[in-house]
Design a protein around this ligand. Structure first.
Ligand SMILES: Nc1ncnc2c1ncn2[C@@H]1O[C@H](COP(=O)(O)OP(=O)(O)OP(=O)(O)O)[C@@H](O)[C@H]1O
Length: 263
């Protein structure tokens, strides 16, 4: 579904990604892990058109993404959440998700200004869909709350609902459980599983090993801008090069081990 071929990116003399090759098949939940600064977010920024590669190419469903603007890439069916939450904080939950849906609506300025039946019909449908998406992440009881009244964990869930509003085929999640407590992580794990079961392909970057190892069937490891391993959670956990990448860095206190997945 998504192919990265010889993908490279440098910032000045700093080679952040070096000839990354990665094929992400349709369906399932794919994880990209790696120590801080390995280049993971840069991979997402290249895929979503926020950055241009300095080498190599990206194809989505066989179509090269080179030269496309981020909104054009979104229209092809690719959506993402960000490591640093980006919500409309003073707007309600419903309006935040509706904002994501508007990219897909088909009315003209005329319809909007005059409140035509076409406009009203589409708005009604959008509101229903927004409600449904909020229920997928367990926030449907708080439709009219302001986004900034949510806990940090719930703001992340709202971001996920908003990303789903663009009807993506592939959903990129950048550290979805960062800042969440244990209970929130477990809830999100169930919600991501259910979203995946609805037919969305999911590609996540995540530092929380328990979350990644339990959720992803297929994991790649990035270290210093190169893919050093790819495989099942079991294979990744036992890969000596991966263990070395994590254990070999003293600044990685919270990532210093690859814990066993809970059954
Ligand atoms: N716009 C930029 N300009 C210059 N350097 C950058 C830029 N974006 C990223 N970098 C550098 O590229 C390297 C990789 O960063 P990136 O954010 O992709 O890593 P990461 O694996 O996502 O890290 P983390 O797990 O900490 O989020 C870092 O050394 C970072 O400082």
């Amino acid at each position: 579904m998504l192919r990265l071929a010889g993908l490279s990116r440098a910032f000045g003399g700093l080679k952040v990604l070096q000839e990354v090759n990665l094929d992400i098949p349709r369906g399932g939940i794919f994880g990209l892990i790696g120590p801080n600064g390995a280049g993971k977010t840069t991979v997402f920024n290249l895929i979503t058109g926020l950055l241009e590669p300095t080498g190599g190419r990206i194809e989505f469903e066989g179509r090269p993404l080179a030269g496309l603007a981020p909104h054009q890439i979104t229209r092809l069916g690719l959506a993402r959440t960000f490591q640093n939450i980006r919500l409309f904080k003073e707007m309600t939950l419903l309006d935040n998700v509706m904002a994501g849906l508007h990219a897909r609506l088909h009315y003209r300025m005329h319809d909007l200004v005059f409140g035509t039946p076409r406009f009203r019909g589409q708005e009604r449908q959008a509101r229903e869909r927004a409600r449904e998406l909020l229920s997928w992440v367990g926030l449907d009881a708080r439709l009219d709350d302001r986004a900034d009244n949510l806990s940090y964990g719930d703001q992340r869930k709202l971001e996920l609902a908003r990303a789903l509003a663009s009807e993506p085929k592939l959903l990129l999640l950048d550290e979805p459980v960062a800042g969440m407590n244990g209970g929130e992580k477990d809830e999100l794990m169930d919600e991501v599983r259910r979203i995946s079961a609805r037919g969305y392909t999911i590609f996540m970057i995540e530092h929380d090993m328990h979350f990644v190892m339990n959720l992803c069937q297929d994991i790649a490891v990035l270290n210093f801008g190169r893919i050093i391993a790819r495989g099942t959670p079991e294979a990744i956990r036992n890969n000596p090069e991966v263990i070395e990448a994590y254990l070999g860095r003293e600044d990685e206190e919270d990532h210093a081990s690859l814990p066993e997945a809970r059954p």
